[in-house]
Design a protein around this ligand. Sequence first.
Ligand code: ATR
Length: 281
Amino acid sequence: MKITGKTRITGVFGYPVGHSLSPLFQNAAFEYLKLDCVYIPMEVAPEEIGKAIEGIRALNFAGVNITIPHKRAVLKYLDGIDEEAKLLGAVNTVVNKNGKLKGYTTDGSGFTRSLKESCGFTIRGKKVFILGSGGSSYAISGALAKGKVSRIYICNRTEKKAILLKRHLFKNLGYKSVEVVPFGERNDKKIWLDIQLLINTTSVGMKKGDPLLIDSENLAGDKFVYDIVYNRKTELLKAAEKKGLRCLDGLSMLIYQGAISFELWTGKTAPVEVMKRSVYL
Ligand code: ATR
């Protein structure tokens, strides 16, 4: 990679950012398409985020990704917010167009695109079980509602947050077909006869020894299992694979949300297979 005075800068603002895999696959994509761009992880302390956003304009960056803990905090510093990001109240991508900064969220669309492009799985009409009601669950369930799944079961350790997510889907997306499943009833067999897609959006599985939240006997039939944890193969994915179910891990979502950011910055189709190879090697 040759850096010159003309090289367009992109990157990620987070705190911390040391563990980020995005530089690996974004730079692989720039190099593959011979684009004079670079992607740099930038550690930005919470109290500096406003100045860092101003720096995008001052230094004429093409744009940046925004990660924890800044996804909500950046909103007030931007000139425009895409409709989906507005609904979510969170931004993970900023695009600089002639000094005007617009915020987007690519998590939800990255999620659905990864299912479709990697596995030919379309979500329309499917019955889906989501574990978790945090930020990732909001992005994913919003994409599922927009993608017209026929039913969403939401199950969260703190039930109140699952109820709030159900309300959000109704109020902001007009999506009604949601059932909140009490955490203690998550393995109720009646529900599992119905489910076609299981998504884990919780952090359970990130650490070795984390429990399997869904009994392996419920991982049967023709279900698809998506676990957004990406730092290791989770117990859930191990159990699902053992049962011969189709699966995707969090690296897929990470790469596809990054691919959509790449496309917003460059206007070019992201070389997704190149991005995957750089990470899965
Ligand atoms: P993210 O932005 O990645 O979604 P988050 O907003 O912190 O992260 O959400 C984490 C999710 O994992 C929440 O749904 C959380 O459940 P609570 O709302 O009850 O906190 C869930 N989670 C974390 N640890 C968990 C555990 N040990 N068992 C079950 N759920 C857990």
